[in-house]
Design a binder for this molecule. Structure first.
Ligand SMILES: *[C@@H]1O[C@H](CO)[C@@H](O)[C@H](O)[C@H]1NC(C)=O
Ligand SMILES: *[C@@H]1O[C@H](CO)[C@@H](O)[C@H](O)[C@H]1NC(C)=O
Ligand SMILES: *[C@@H]1O[C@H](CO)[C@@H](O)[C@H](O)[C@H]1NC(C)=O
Ligand SMILES: *[C@@H]1O[C@H](CO)[C@@H](O)[C@H](O)[C@H]1NC(C)=O
Ligand SMILES: *[C@@H]1O[C@H](CO)[C@@H](O)[C@H](O)[C@H]1NC(C)=O
Ligand SMILES: *[C@@H]1O[C@H](CO)[C@@H](O)[C@H](O)[C@H]1NC(C)=O
Length: 496
């Protein structure tokens, strides 16, 4: 029976295609090998190895409920079964095993150990399976039973009726399936197996009537039933599905579920109410905290505002106070400036005055001409008719005296001429400073109507109020050609 359930492993490219691992299981039995008492079990182990991998030996080991022993060995290509098993065991190339006349005692774990030398070291490749042995129908009590249950179908979101057929003893996936015959006579393969049962779900509307679960004839050997008669009660079971009852059941279940849900909802509501209270309290706390926070912020703000205001006020006060100070200083400065300006102005006016004065003073010039008479007695000062120039009026033409206005150096020029036909009187004058003779001019005795002229000059340093004049000779009377006589004087430089 096992041949049909062999799990043939494809050679899988595990790391990269083209890379063949040095040792690979080619085929291994299913995790559970099913066998019936008196029948044959096959363990179709086979492997592939690279040529450089050297096979040393193979061992097959059995571990039952009470015993653990080596079943057989293969060394140097010689198969050596354990004598206890030897009549029932044979070797299938390369690592497979066949066991005949299986008994209940043969149930247990079977392991193959392939020992090879790979790259110079000994390596053991192991594989284990479990063999389950049945001696009659492989259900718990040797009979088949069918039943029905309501079930919530998550995928369809509705209540359905689930038919169950079992209770099988297959410890893994069974090598069989069952068939359901509906009331209408249709058959359905049922491969949905779990916890020892095959199932069939009937979605609403459920068709009422007998549903029969049976093991197809071809699987009878696999469930260890030798009686192949179709319809054998041992390999078929019916369950009557009452349409009305089913509906009522589904309703009832629905109601129960609804009640349960209602209870859950009520419980949820109670929890939510409690949570709501807690939340409200927390909310209240938060609000209180918020309020205190707001209060704090307000207080801080007020404090800050107050502080800033006071600072501001202080600042204003400071600025005010200092501005007064500054203004005072500015006023003081302005006053000082005004004073300075006043002083400067006064200085300037003084300077101006001094300049005016100086320029006025420097204008000391006179030029006098024409004698009012021809003859002058001894030592008499020459007087003049006309003063063409007399800046400062320091020269008195009617006295013939120049009064020195300022200390300084002066220049004097004089021209005289004689014109006396008798030749009795000459023209003879001295330039006199106070009583001192400074220069002398003489125009001698002309005869026969001739006239004579002379000029002389002097540069003298004088002091204020000294008097300068041209005076006639002290020895005798002088007569002049009065038209040509002139007298000039002017200031050259001031004394420092
Ligand atoms: C359903 O099966 C039961 C028991 O096997 C049987 O008594 C009954 O008559 C069957 N009903 C129908 C409608 O086949
Ligand atoms: C919130 O708290 C205040 C004082 O802490 C209290 O007076 C008030 O009743 C509370 N309100 C609620 C809804 O808990
Ligand atoms: C403002 O000035 C007064 C006196 O000058 C001082 O006492 C006060 O501390 C000042 N305030 C601030 C905020 O500086
Ligand atoms: C100086 O002379 C000028 C022009 O003659 C006159 O305007 C000015 O007032 C004089 N200054 C003084 C200080 O006498
Ligand atoms: C000149 O001197 C005479 C005599 O001392 C005097 O009377 C007269 O006023 C003087 N003239 C001038 C312009 O000073
Ligand atoms: C002019 O000179 C005399 C004699 O040197 C001196 O005594 C007098 O002070 C001077 N006057 C002026 C205004 O400098």
């Amino acid at each position: 029976m096992a041949f049909s359930t062999l799990n043939v492993l494809a050679v899988i490219c595990i790391f990269a295609c083209g890379t063949v691992r040095s040792f690979e299981w080619d085929t291994v039995p299913d995790p559970v090998v099913y066998a019936c008492a008196g029948k044959t079990a096959t363990f179709p182990w086979s492997f592939r190895a690279r040529p450089e991998v050297m096979l040393t030996d193979i061992h097959w080991v059995f571990e039952g409920s009470f015993v653990s022993e080596i079943l057989a060995s293969l060394t140097h290509n010689i198969f050596l079964p354990n004598p206890t098993f030897s009549p029932r065991l044979s070797h299938v190339t390369p690592a497979g095993l066949i066991m005949r006349d299986v008994t209940m005692a043969d149930e247990g774990k079977y392991t193959v150990e392939v020992n090879v030398v790979e790259e110079g070291s000994y390596v053991t490749h192991r594989h284990s399976v479990y063999m389950q042995v049945g001696d009659k129908l492989m259900t718990r009590d040797g009979t088949l039973k069918a039943k029905q249950d309501p079930l919530w179908d998550d995928t369809k979101d509705q209540w359905v009726i689930r038919l169950t057929c079992g209770f099988f003893t297959f410890s893994g996936q069974p090598p069989i399936y069952v068939e359901w015959t509906t009331p209408a006579g249709d058959t359905t393969q049922s491969k949905d197996y779990s916890n020892g049962h095959f199932h069939l779900t009937l979605p609403p509307p459920v068709e009422g009537g007998n549903y029969t679960c049976s093991i197809p004839e071809q699987f009878l050997p696999d469930v260890c039933v030798s009686d192949g008669r179709h319809g054998n009660k041992a390999v078929a079971a019916s369950v009557l599905v009452d349409e009305t009852k089913v509906r009522l059941t589904l309703l009832e279940v629905g109601h129960r579920v609804f009640e349960e849900e209602n209870r859950v909802i009520k419980e949820g509501y109670r929890v939510i109410k409690e949570e709501n209270i807690v939340l409200k309290e927390e909310m209240n706390d938060t609000q209180t905290q918020m309020a205190s926070l707001t209060h704090y912020v307000d207080a801080q703000n007020e404090h800050l505002t107050h502080y800033v205001d006071s600072k501001d006020e202080n600042m204003t006060q400071y600025v005010d106070a200092h501005s007064e100070e500054v203004m005072t200083n500015v006023r003081r400065f302005e006053d000082k400036m005004a004073e300075s300006v006043e002083m400067l102005e006064s200085d300037l006016s003084l300077l101006s005055f001094s300049f005016n004065e100086t320029s006025e003073k420097s204008r000391v010039q006179f030029y006098a001409r024409y004698l009012p008479k021809s003859c002058y007695s001894k030592g008499e000062a020459l007087t003049f008719d006309d003063t063409l120039t007399n800046h400062g009026e320091h020269f008195n033409a009617s006295t013939g005296f120049f009064t020195v206005p300022y200390n300084g150096t002066y220049a004097f020029l004089a021209t005289i001429g004689s014109w006396d036909r008798s030749g009795e009187y000459s023209a003879e004058v001295y330039l006199i400073v106070d009583e001192t003779r400074v220069a002398f001019g003489f125009a001698g005795y002309p005869q026969g109507g001739n006239w004579r002229m002379t000029s002389f000059n002097a540069v003298v340093r004088l002091t204020t109020n000294q008097k300068i004049s041209l005076k006639a000779s002290p020895r005798k009377k002088s007569c002049f050609w009065s038209f040509v006589v002139s007298f000039t004087g002017f200031l050259l430089t001031f004394d420092p």
